[in-house]
Design a protein around this ligand. Structure first.
Ligand code: MN
Length: 194
């Protein structure tokens, strides 16, 4: 989020790595050279259940906490609160963060895959607050947009965005978070991970 020499400084400052199994992340995150960008959605039973939506960009995972999770219905706009950038290694993390630690609770790999920008300049789109992209996941597919809400959301300092499905052949009325509750990595339910 903020411009620092270490893009993961906020992430690391919030966590005690002798207490949590979450990855510390590389000292100097490297940009992906293959040109393939990954994305991950983690179902996170913290104080409030939410889905963490993460897009790889510039060697880190840009991250948004989506309280209700993504919707495949283009008429539904889901609030997505931008949170600190996470290390790429976080994209394979599934397990439990100890109670009392930052984000304490169970984390499930709910979906993963790759993403493709639908804009010529991702940095400019993020700055503008209007990022269009395509997801190639197991549960989430097709065209989506993240739009920043003017002035943030509900008086929170965290920038508020909306995650919206575009109309395409992958749009549907299916309640994907209810119909597909299992981990894409281990097929477990949240209770089975905990
Ligand atoms: Mn979270």
């Amino acid at each position: 989020m903020s411009k620092t020499t270490d893009p993961l400084e906020t992430y690391r400052t919030k966590r005690n790595f002798s207490a949590t199994a979450e990855p510390k992340g590389a000292e100097h995150p490297q940009k992906e050279k293959s040109g393939t960008l990954t994305f991950v959605v983690q179902k996170h039973a913290a104080t409030q259940l939410h889905y963490d939506f993460r897009l790889e960009w510039n060697g880190v995972l840009l991250s948004w906490a989506v309280p209700k999770g993504p919707s495949l219905d283009p008429s539904v706009k889901r609030l997505a609160m931008q949170v600190e950038d996470h290390p790429l290694e976080y994209g394979t993390f599934e397990g439990t963060i100890p109670k009392g630690e930052y984000g304490g609770g169970t984390v499930m790999l709910w979906d993963h895959g790759t993403w493709t920008p639908e804009v010529p300049d991702v940095d400019a789109a993020l700055k503008k607050g209007d990022l269009k992209f395509e997801l190639h996941g197991e549960k989430l597919l097709g065209s989506w947009v993240l739009v920043r809400v003017r002035g943030g959301y509900g008086g929170s300092k965290k920038p508020g965005w909306l995650l919206i499905k575009h109309k395409d052949k992958y749009a549907s009325k299916e309640n994907v978070t209810v119909e597909k509750p299992r981990s894409v990595a281990t097929k477990r339910l949240l209770e089975e991970i905990a």
